[in-house]
Design a binder for this molecule. Structure first.
Ligand SMILES: [Zn+2]
Length: 407
């Protein structure tokens, strides 16, 4: 690959209404869109091996700058040659900037124009994120797509707060770009390298830092205020020619119709030849409604988190495997599913694993749930290409909602 000429393109796009199917090119391969990205917060999609992710057709995964900065440290990941090498996933990776985490997980956060001071949710230690420091962290992690550091506010914030955070996020975007250019021009991050122990391995460790290009995605904020979303999208477009766009601050407590309205508004404001990533959104109904409104990429911790709690997605709604009614159930979690769990194991067996606290149980449910969303997006791509997405997705949702009472 010639790095100097590489471009992150959205190719071969087919449209069906506002829904689109295409292929997003990254230095670690293409991503057929629309696509669900499994979340590997700490450089692991919880309970799943990258081989299993590859087998189920997962294309791109997401990891978190906030978490990896705190543990094990982004410099340590860099010394392993970046995230791809560290976690043995050779497909595309996107890193979140920590904007969401410093405002949701960390305690005592203080926002200024410069950045955010916060205390770690792990040990209470004090940290500071700025647009510049986050670019250094994301460069060390070396994902294909990196998100800007943004100011995230609660879903139902008033207009003044939403405007303040949105405009600050745009100013932080300009600083992110300047810092990335400085780093690309050979500037070293001003942070010290991870402390060395006498027992540390000798060269070839640390491995050379990866040199593949990274695409910076801006994040469109603006709460549930259509005019703020429009203004943010326009201000961001004036700052550069972006390889893709993040849509942030949705699915954070606002009503669903508000989220859908913001997506409709942004469909006209974001260039249609660039991928759009709806951040942190990933329940089946959100995926289909997002695709219908022109979204290409999604991520959510729900499939693995629910899996660890005993809940499974099925075509007929959510199922809680711990319920007594599944005690003698010979059927797979979902009779239409071709995942490695559904091909071999019964509901009754998986229920037994959960009740006995056997770790295979949560692995199987996590695997099934991620597979379920990956396949849902594969089916969506097929129907968009056939021109049948609208009817198919309405039927899919009608069945999903018709028997959801088992959750
Ligand atoms: Zn399955």
């Amino acid at each position: 690959m010639n790095h100097s000429t590489f471009t992150f393109d959205l190719e071969q796009t087919v449209r069906d209404g506002a829904a689109r199917a295409g292929r997003f090119r990254t230095p670690h391969g293409g991503v057929e869109t629309p696509a669900f990205m499994a979340v590997g917060t700490l450089a692991t999609v919880k309970a799943l091996d990258p081989v299993e992710l590859r087998e189920m057709g997962a294309q791109m995964i997401l990891s978190n700058s906030y978490h990896l900065h705190l543990r094990p440290g982004d410099e340590l990941v860099r010394d392993f040659g970046g995230l791809h090498e560290f976690m043995a996933w050779d497909g595309p990776i996107l890193t979140d900037s920590g904007g969401f985490q410093v405002f949701s997980l960390a305690t005592l956060n203080t926002v200024s124009e410069d950045g955010v001071e916060f205390r770690s949710h792990i040990d209470g230690s004090k940290h500071r994120f700025t647009p510049e420091s986050v670019m250094q962290i994301e460069r060390n992690l070396a994902a294909d797509v990196i998100m800007q550091f943004d100011h995230v506010i609660p879903g139902q914030s008033d207009e003044a707060s939403a405007r303040d955070a949105s405009e600050r996020s745009v100013r932080w975007l300009a600083r992110s770009v300047a810092e990335l250019e400085r780093l690309r021009d050979g500037g070293r991050p001003p942070t010290t390298t991870a402390p060395r122990l006498a027992s540390d391995p000798k060269p070839p460790f640390p491995r050379p830092a990866p040199s593949h290009p990274q695409a910076l995605f801006p994040i469109v904020q603006g709460g549930i205020h259509a005019h703020l979303r429009r203004e943010a999208a326009r201000a961001i477009r004036q700052l550069g020619d972006w390889a893709g766009f993040g849509i942030g601050g949705l699915s954070v407590g606002e009503a669903k119709p508000d989220m859908y309205e913001m997506l409709d508004v942004l469909d006209d404001e974001i260039p249609r030849d660039r991928p759009r990533y709806l951040m942190g959104v990933g329940f089946p109904e959100d995926l289909l409604e997002g695709v219908r409104r022109g979204v290409d990429l999604f991520d959510c911790v729900a499939p693995t988190r629910m899996g660890r709690n005993g809940a499974a997605f099925t075509r007929d709604g959510r199922l809680n495997i711990k319920r007594a009614e599944y005690r003698l159930d010979l059927r797979p979690l979902d009779e239409d599913c071709d995942c490695a769990a559904c091909r071999r194991f019964s509901r009754g067996y998986i229920r037994h694993l959960f009740l006995a606290d056997e770790m295979l149980g949560l692995r199987l449910l996590s695997l099934h749930n991620v597979h379920f969303l990956v396949r849902l997006m594969r089916d969506a791509r097929g129907t968009i290409r056939d021109g049948t997405f609208d009817a198919w997705s309405r039927q899919w949702l009608a069945r999903y909602h018709s028997r959801s009472s088992t959750a």
